[in-house]
Structures are given as structure tokens and as C-alpha cells.
Design a protein around this ligand. Structure first.
Ligand code: ADP
Length: 166
């Protein structure tokens, strides 16, 4: 069974992420989307919320499942019985970091390879950070994230804005 893991923060999942998920899922028997519980970042959504949103948007792809993880990606990949890590490359700016990560992971475990997907051009500029910023200033984010995710973001941002006012 050819299994791959697509690890990331997905805070929140964007149309760019979904495009990579669809294309990677077509290439392997099973794709596990790994949602990183990263203590170094303060996320907008909890890991559980990110997993739930991803589960909503991947419903139409039968060979994809979503799991939360913490720690090293390679350890998670191994625990899933996978050999491949999937990552997306948006621009040259992603390249240096992604190359470093892929080489580090390979030096930790020789059996694990990273597969890079180049972003669909229409999503190349989208990042979770940009989406949050646009939403924060009341902009339209419907072109950037899957439809069912829009209301989750808008609700959370307005909660945050209300909290900050008191
Ligand atoms: P991380 O915090 O690990 O970078 P992200 O959720 O930001 O997690 O991204 C996970 C992966 O998805 C990374 O490989 C990133 O390059 C890729 N990615 C992010 N946004 C897009 C996009 N718009 N199109 C394609 N790939 C993307």
C-alpha cells in the first residue's frame, strides 16, 4: 500500500492546501493529512477545530484521512506506516526552507522521501496567514478558503475582536 503524509499547520485549511490534497490523493493509495500541534505558534484554531474543518473539506475524497500529531514529522510518518511526505511549493521563498526540511528528514530516516507539488497558479499567493489578515480587516475570503470554512473563520475573528475590545 502506497501511503503518504501531508503535514502542516492548516490554521486554517485553504483552497491551496485542498488542491495539494486532491492531487496527492490521486497519486497514492492513502493520504494522511497530519495536523501539527505546534507549541511554538499561537494558532487561531485549536488542533481539534483544524482537524474538524479538514474533515469537512475532504469528505469527497475517499482515500484521505486526517489526524493530529505533535513531535517530529518523520516519527508521525513512520507511525502511519507511510514512506512519503507531501509538501507544497508556492514560490522560490518556500524553496529554501522546504529543501532544508526535506534534507533534514531524509538524514533522520533514509527511507522517507519528500514529494513536492507545485501550487496551482490561481492559489500560489494564498497562505493561512494572509487569509486571517484579510478576514481581520473584513475582506472577502471566499476565494481563498473552501466555502464551509469561511463562516468558521469569520466567527472566530469576530470573537477575537470582541475579546480585544473588553
Ligand atoms: P506549515 O506551518 O507546516 O508551513 P502550512 O499549513 O502553512 O504549514 O502549509 C503546509 C504545506 O502546504 C506546506 O508545504 C506549504 O508550502 C503548503 N501550502 C501552503 N499554502 C499553499 C498553497 N496556497 N498552495 C499550495 N501549497 C500550499
Amino acid at each position: 500500500m502506497k501511503r503518504a503524509v501531508y503535514p502542516g499547520s492548516f490554521d486554517p485549511v485553504t483552497r491551496g492546501h485542498l488542491d495539494i490534497i486532491e492531487r496527492a490523493a490521486a497519486l497514492v493509495d492513502e493520504l494522511v493529512v497530519g495536523v501539527l500541534n505546534n507549541n511554538a505558534k499561537i494558532p487561531l484554531f485549536s488542533v481539534e477545530e483544524r482537524v474538524n474543518m479538514l474533515n469537512e473539506v475532504i469528505r469527497h475524497i475517499p482515500n484521505v484521512r486526517v489526524e493530529a500529531f505533535s513531535g517530529l514529522s518523520v516519527d508521525f510518518v513512520k507511525s502511519c506506516g507511510a514512506r512519503f511526505i507531501v509538501r507544497g511549493l508556492r514560490a522560490v521563498t518556500d524553496f529554501e526552507y522546504e529543501l532544508q526540511m526535506a534534507q533534514t528528514n531524509r538524514s533522520i530516516d533514509r527511507e522517507i522521501d519528500t514529494l513536492f507539488f507545485t501550487t496551482a497558479l490561481q492559489y500560489a499567493y494564498i497562505s493561512s496567514t494572509i487569509v486571517k489578515e484579510v478576514a481581520f480587516y473584513g475582506g472577502d475570503i471566499s476565494g481563498f478558503v473552501p466555502e464551509c470554512v469561511v463562516s468558521h473563520i469569520e466567527r472566530r475573528i469576530s470573537e477575537k475582536q470582541r475579546e480585544n475590545k473588553v
